[in-house]
Design a protein around this ligand. Sequence first.
Ligand code: SER
Length: 588
Amino acid sequence: MRSIELREKYINFFVSKGHKQIPSAPVVPENDPSVLFNTAGMQPLVPYLMGQPHPYGKRLCDYQKCMRTNDLDEVGDLTHHTFFEMLGNWSLGDYFKKESISWSFEFLTKVLEIPVERLAVTVFKGNDIVEADSESANIWKSLGISEKRIKYLGEDDNWWPNMESTGPCGPDTEIFYFRSNDEIPEEFDTSDERWVEIWNNVFMQYNHNQDGTFTELPQKNVDTGMGVERVTALLEGQTDNYASSIWNDIIETIEKVSNLDYKGHEKEMRIIADHIRSAVFISADPAGIKPSNTDQGYILRRLIRRAIRYAKKLDIDINSDWEQEIALAIINKNKKYYVELEENKDVVLDVLRTEKVKFNRTLENGLKEFEKMINKVEGKVLDKDHAFRLYDTFGFPIELTVELAKEKGIEVDVEGFKEKFKKHQEISRAGAKEKFKGGLASTGKIETQYHTATHLLNAALKVVVGPQVHQRGSNITEERMRFDFSCDHKLTDDEKQKVQDLVNKWIDAGYPVIKEEMKKDDAIKSGAECMFVERYPDIVTVYKIGDVSAELCGGPHVSNTSELPHIKIKKEEAVSAGVRRIKAVFVN
Ligand code: SER
């Protein structure tokens, strides 16, 4: 069975149950400063899980681009990936446990034809917020799952995402598949690794507030998620995910460029395949991420540099077009589902080539330097100054130094390195790390204010610089707003001043911010600003600010511009050819 069929079967099935397919959101979240990447299908849907009506209705399904980087260094084994696709279906205050569980069961047993004997489930055993989920257990039983195959587990296993993260959450029921040719035990033992989780149905009815309390959401939602890579491998009978049809063309290309067999070089080839695939998807994303030393750019850099080091281990000629060939195989395989891969093909290839050339210049010397350092190491720890030199002079991400050192049985003073790094960098990578821990989207008051301010900034740029200016990206934190826009020149001081004054004038004018739903075509015709036309559904939400701005946008926003403090433009700089970036802050 091909992965393509899994995706299509899933979507067709849920469409037949009254769901509307929504397009995958970008992998870099728009206007969500709390995470670097979408880590689950529900993430772009947070405003709708919280109660805002979705233009497509109450039953949705999709396949969503996701990235999880906390296990980046684990990639190389049988199952870990950084980029992956998640299949999902949602009920926004519509159906609940009965339909959700019954449809999951029907899809698995009827459409995918998985024998019931291979399935087992867990349900929530209860805590002081919600009682044990015997309702779900009973539904499973009524469908034919035996009592011995239903286990009640606690918060660590059956609460999504977990008890710490803020945002929408709730108890879940997880579905497991017996991946082995051994005789299937009658009783489900959750610690037996032959049982692999394949699907997670979350009954998302709470919001975990910033102050630690849990409140009921205005509606009861269902949020389910199934990993395409894992389930495809299972259904194709592979214990090695990378041997499935999702990866085989990519692995074959790596075999070709290295002139080696996958067998015997699995770890290296998996790392190269995974990291180049992630780099392709990140750099094709509309956010226009480029390798850098902060945030998403740093992850992109780490991925490409780690892939290069493993390519070197396979004796691939780094100066050849190896990475271009692998990237093209990935683009060709996926462009049908993600048009941006084809549209931004040149950008992707250029990102890979440029970063490779940059790193390749110093890699060889850096490795020599590393060997010298290791020979002189006292004790078993490489100190912060050496680690910093590898970073600063040779472009070694600290994680690369740690990995190289580990191969020699040596540790690195990472904490010391970070302190030194912080002193040298305006924004430290630690900031990026915090974001991973930050959990799900929770748009606070200040972020909401900044969000509205970006609309004003966009409109002011059009007045001052010209109507050809369009948004190319934005990123908001509690401390500042960042706005990328198309523009062929560096803004003059006069232009910057005029833009700032105009935004502040509009803030003083106290314009109402009005939300309207309308047909996409009508919105575009009326001249509403829109970053990626094809990415919006047919019915869209438009936010109008007085008569100065109209933009397609999911919100949230303040209700009147008078709720905003004045802004001050702190910086204006180039991002890439034809794209400029403004950083601005609120002043009181
Ligand atoms: N949000 C849940 C998960 O990621 C279900 O989609 O597992």
